[in-house]
Ligand binder design. Structure first.
Ligand code: PLP
Length: 374
């Protein structure tokens, strides 16, 4: 049996997406910048895809740009907001993805701006009142970068609350919505979002294609220079099949958002139920009230030599899940997110992450196997 429980890392592509991309690669191979019919055909695929993304996040067409990944989108926003919009301070959280944190390290190391980190509680929820205080204390031009859903522990932020605080204090708001796009409603206008990023491979689309939303009020310069693609905002011949696949996947998952969430919630609840009844001393990381993503479950196992081997033993049993640790100089250490929430490092964390492709039988099988490994 092969069981895939690493959907926060990447997701299998939907068959409809593979089919469409294959057709596009066969039939729409023109360069979208060419003015002849082959080019125009490819261009129209991109523009239709843009419409899909804009509709899902309630943006206008001119505010959506395709990028190679969310990593690129996040780099673009943070670096170019500093360069072009006079941002002198970025407020973020210590539980952001590395593509945010390492970019902030770069900006602060090169003295491009000041970076301040919000406190997070033991579940990874940011301190909203601290955000309000920091913004109220200084009139320095500020960008706030706080993600929607945490990829490691599943905790969700109240993005509308953050957006409102930012609006009140005239700060820009950048939201990494990679884990929530297509799974939870995101409305850039309602939530006063200035910049937002998404990535197709997290919602059953292809890898190597993402998008960035840049609100009309905050025009930044291109991050990658070259041709006039993406209305001069992102040079490089477009990944037409990838863009088509991104839009197709987003369209399908968005249409089924609630029922998909119900399915992953059921799978998650079943997993928790069986796990906690079969294995003693289990701790769940991240919020467990309604501010969590239904596809992510971070489990902390009691310490011991067997716990250290869990991810490997699961792999041998045909079950793919993700370790909550990072290997540094040959030593396994808790990830930056687990460190930020004060997770006891002697316990072993595994992230199980689900999609609608997972079945109850798979969960039952996984728990049976886990039991034998403890
Ligand atoms: N942000 C978050 C929250 C993620 O989970 C990921 C991927 O793991 C990224 C950004 C990076 O996305 P991409 O793979 O498109 O570069």
């Amino acid at each position: 049996m092969q069981i895939y429980l690493d959907n926060a890392s990447t997701t299998p592509m939907l068959p409809e997406v593979i089919q469409l991309m294959t057709e596009v690669m066969h039939e729409s191979y023109g360069n979208p910048s060419s003015i002849h019919r082959h080019g125009r055909k490819a261009k129209s695929i991109i523009e239709n895809a843009r419409k899909t993304v804009a509709k899902v996040i309630n943006a206008s067409l001119g505010e959506v740009f395709f990028t190679s990944s969310a990593t690129e989108a996040n780099n673009m926003v943070l670096k170019n907001a500093v360069q072009d919009l006079g941002v002198l301070r970025i407020i973020s959280s210590p539980t952001e993805h590395h593509c945010i944190l390492h970019t902030l390290d770069y900006l602060s190391l090169h003295k491009k701006c000041i970076v301040q980190y919000l406190n997070v509680d033991k579940d990874g929820t940011i301190d909203y009142s601290q955000l309000e205080e920091l913004l109220g204390d200084s009139s320095t031009k500020t960008l706030v970068s706080v993600m929607h859903g945490n990829n490691e522990i599943g905790t969700m932020s109240d993005i509308t609350k953050i957006g409102e605080i930012c609006k009140k204090h005239d700060a820009l708001y950048h939201c990494d919505a990679v884990q929530t796009i297509g799974k939870y409603p995101v409305d850039v206008q309602l939530s006063h979002i200035s910049f937002l990023s998404g990535s197709a491979h997290k919602f059953h689309g292809p890898k190597g294609i993402g998008f960035v939303f840049i609100s009309n009020n905050n025009i930044i310069s291109p991050y990658i220079h070259g041709g006039a693609q993406e209305r001069n905002m992102r040079a490089g011949t477009e990944n037409v099949a990838g863009i088509a696949g991104l839009a197709k996947a987003l369209e399908i998952v968005s249409q089924n958002m609630e029922s998909n969430r119900d399915k992953t919630n059921t799978i998650r609840a079943l997993f928790i139920n069986k796990l906690t009844s079969e294995i003693p001393d289990i701790v769940l990381n991240g919020r467990q009230d309604n501010h969590f993503m239904s596809h992510v479950l971070s489990v902390s196992f009691p310490p011991g030599p067997k716990a250290d081997m869990l991810v490997m033993n699961l792999d041998i049993a045909g079950i793919s899940a993700s370790s909550g640790s990072a290997c540094s100089a040959g030593i396994e250490e808790d990830s930056h997110v687990l460190v930020a929430i004060g997770h006891p490092s002697e316990r072993k964390t595994i992230r199980f992450s689900f999609s609608t492709f997972n079945t109850e039988e798979e969960i039952t099988y996984t728990i049976q196997k886990l039991k034998t490994m403890m």
